[in-house]
Design a binder for this molecule. Structure first.
Ligand code: ATP
Ligand code: MG
Length: 556
């Protein structure tokens, strides 16, 4: 569907820039801060940056925006690289903003020498308090007019560790009356005597985001620096630094971030869910992280198709998570192997099937594939497991499954007619009784009988067991971040259901990590790569089969 859509506004800009010769080719970057795992929102940015470079024959860098030593860790760097690769992208160059610390320091000296930066002794609080309001100019710091020599020697002393955290900052000297608060002498450097995940203890001053980002873009000759809308107000400052330093004129463009229903999308909030034990790590299958979606059974193609479909806009909105589910269903429908699994078993006994007799039937692996994806053996016998929800003691209106006197087809096998059932002392149904119709075998049915219902089953003799995990939305409300109070009060307490001993057909014993299955009538599943160890199999449900989106998407 990618070919059919019209150009989005960033593609129009790029095409115009290429046509006018402003840039001979484009160079984008994806600039995560390594302070958490990537989420589906980042996937939108990744698909956009790498996608445009691919489309127009350009290049994309992966740059870690690691200027804040307090929150950043190498574990995050590794996970980010793995996630970008898994999504199907490869970067031209790998960079770290921290590799530019020397260059950025030199840039700061340049601005001081031009009389465009000064060391301020005010505290962060005092600076904030004297910044004014959008309608009222800020007040000059008493240190604003320090001489260039004094600023050079104080800034050097800051770098050499002569001062403590918060004692001094370096500020750009721009315009205290600017209607844009970011232009009111923004802080360029602050003192943080903290170990950095790459530079160790070499530095005790660290550049602010605004003083690092544009210059890093410029050092890498990035032509189109694409970020989310909240950075629009930073753009005049982004341009100011580049102009004053007379370096490569990278340009910033903004698009709307992705928001999804029934989840949260900020790393800070996701970190709280991890740290406070609401989920089992960043890659918990309920998390909107790339690693969580992967573990849940999402495919890279489904995420890329989703990102392509939602498009790139200038206005923020919230996307229904059902759309993401639509794309993974669409992908898995074509590739997943069909298997039968009974989650809540009761026994079906076929009275007219001789005890001790068994036969091997054929089950299609995937009717959507050529040759139906081949066939697997289905072991059939007198006793089968069926879902307890496929039986009713008394058929309700429009009930087309099992109930006394009713007929159903056993998937890929025979038609059976229910003759009765048995209950235990507590009133629970323990056995369902039936007769089968020998001439109704799937593929060679001469019975002439039509039934409305088909149910799945597994032979009791050959059934194996596995744990199956069913997931629901992590939050009970559409937009937890916009509700009153702590977003965590809206967590869905029933977001995980564990079925410890589901009956699985023997073919599933060969399931491998990364394979996708459709458990007939139950949804799409894959093995959990963390929990399936030592012979134990744990299947995660990626998504149910129900699909309410096809129509909407086709309309779309
Ligand atoms: P968060 O608020 O989740 O921590 P962030 O913007 O601080 O996200 P970064 O690591 O700085 O995270 O983001 C890297 C890139 O991904 C940036 O260009 C950012 O604009 C983009 N990005 C982050 N979140 C989203 C989102 N929800 N939708 C689209 N792009 C996003
Ligand atoms: Mg950020």
């Amino acid at each position: 569907m990618g070919e059919e859509r019209s150009l989005h506004f960033l593609e129009e800009i790029v095409e115009a820039d290429l046509a006018s010769g402003k840039h001979p080719s484009i160079h984008t970057r994806f600039p995560p801060e390594p302070n958490g795992y990537l989420h589906i929102g980042h996937a939108k940015s990744i698909c956009l940056n790498f996608g445009m470079a691919d489309k127009y024959g350009g290049k994309t860098n992966l740059r870690f925006d690691d200027t804040n030593p307090v929150t950043e860790e190498t574990e995050y760097v590794e996970s980010i690289k793995a996630d970008v690769r898994w999504l199907g992208f490869d970067w031209e160059e790998e960079h770290y903003a921290s590799d530019y610390f020397d260059q950025l320091y030199a840039f700061a000296l340049t601005l001081i020498k031009k009389g465009l930066a000064y060391v301020d002794d005010l505290s962060a609080e005092e600076i904030a308090a004297t910044k004014g309001t959008p309608t009222e100019p800020g007040k000059a710091s008493p240190f604003r007019d320090r001489s260039i020599e004094e600023n050079l020697s104080l800034f050097t002393a800051m770098k050499e560790g002569k001062y403590d955290d918060g004692e001094k900052v370096l500020r750009a000297k721009i315009d205290l009356a600017s209607p844009n608060m970011h232009m009111r002498d923004p802080i360029m450097y602050r003192i943080k005597k903290t170990h950095h995940h790459r530079t160790g203890d070499k530095w005790c001053i660290y550049p602010m985001y605004d003083f690092a980002h544009g210059q890093s873009d410029s050092i890498e000759n990035i032509t189109h620096s694409i970020c989310t809308l909240e950075f629009e107000v930073h753009k005049p400052l982004y341009n100011w630094y580049i102009e004053q330093l007379e370096i490569f004129p990278s340009q910033q463009f903004e698009f709307a971030r992705l928001n999804l229903t029934y989840t949260v999308m900020s790393k800070r909030k996701l970190l709280q869910l991890v740290n406070e034990g609401f989920v089992d790590g960043w890659d918990d299958p309920r998390m909107p992280t790339i690693s969580g979606l992967r573990r849940r059974g999402y495919t890279p193609a489904s995420i890329r198709n989703f990102c392509d479909r939602i498009g790139i806009q200038r206005r923020e909105n919230i996307i229904d998570v059902g759309l993401l589910e639509f794309f993974v269903r669409e992908d898995l429908n074509k590739t997943a192997l069909r298997r039968m699994v009974v989650l809540d078993p009761i026994k079906l006994i076929i009275h007219n099937y001789p005890a001790g007799q068994t036969e091997i039937l054929k089950g299609e692996n995937n009717p959507e594939m050529e040759d139906n994806g081949g066939y697997r053996d289905l072991h059939f016998g007198r006793e089968l497991w069926i879902e307890s929800e496929d039986f009713m003691e008394e058929a309700a209106k429009k009930w087309f499954r099992l109930a006394p006197g009713m007929k159903v087809r056993l998937k890929s096998a025979y038609i059976v007619e229910c003759t009765g059932f048995q209950k235990d002392e507590t009133g629970k149904v323990t056995e369902v009784h039936c007769n089968y119709i020998p001439e109704s075998k799937s593929g060679s049915d001469t019975s002439g009988i039509n039934v409305k219902g088909t149910i799945h089953w597994i032979s009791v003799d050959k059934a194996e067991e596995a744990e199956v995990r069913l997931y629901d939305r992590l939050f009970q409300v559409e937009n937890p971040s916009q509700e009153e109070g702590d977003f965590k009060t809206y967590i869905n307490p029933h977001s995980l259901e564990i079925i410890s001993a589901a009956k699985i057909e023997p073919a599933l014993k060969d399931a491998k990590q990364g394979e996708h299955f459709q458990f007939i009538r139950k949804g799409y599943f894959s093995l959990d790569d963390k929990l399936s160890t030592g012979g134990k199999m744990v299947f995660n449900r990626t998504v149910t089969l129900k699909d309410t989106w096809t129509k909407e998407v086709k309309k779309g």
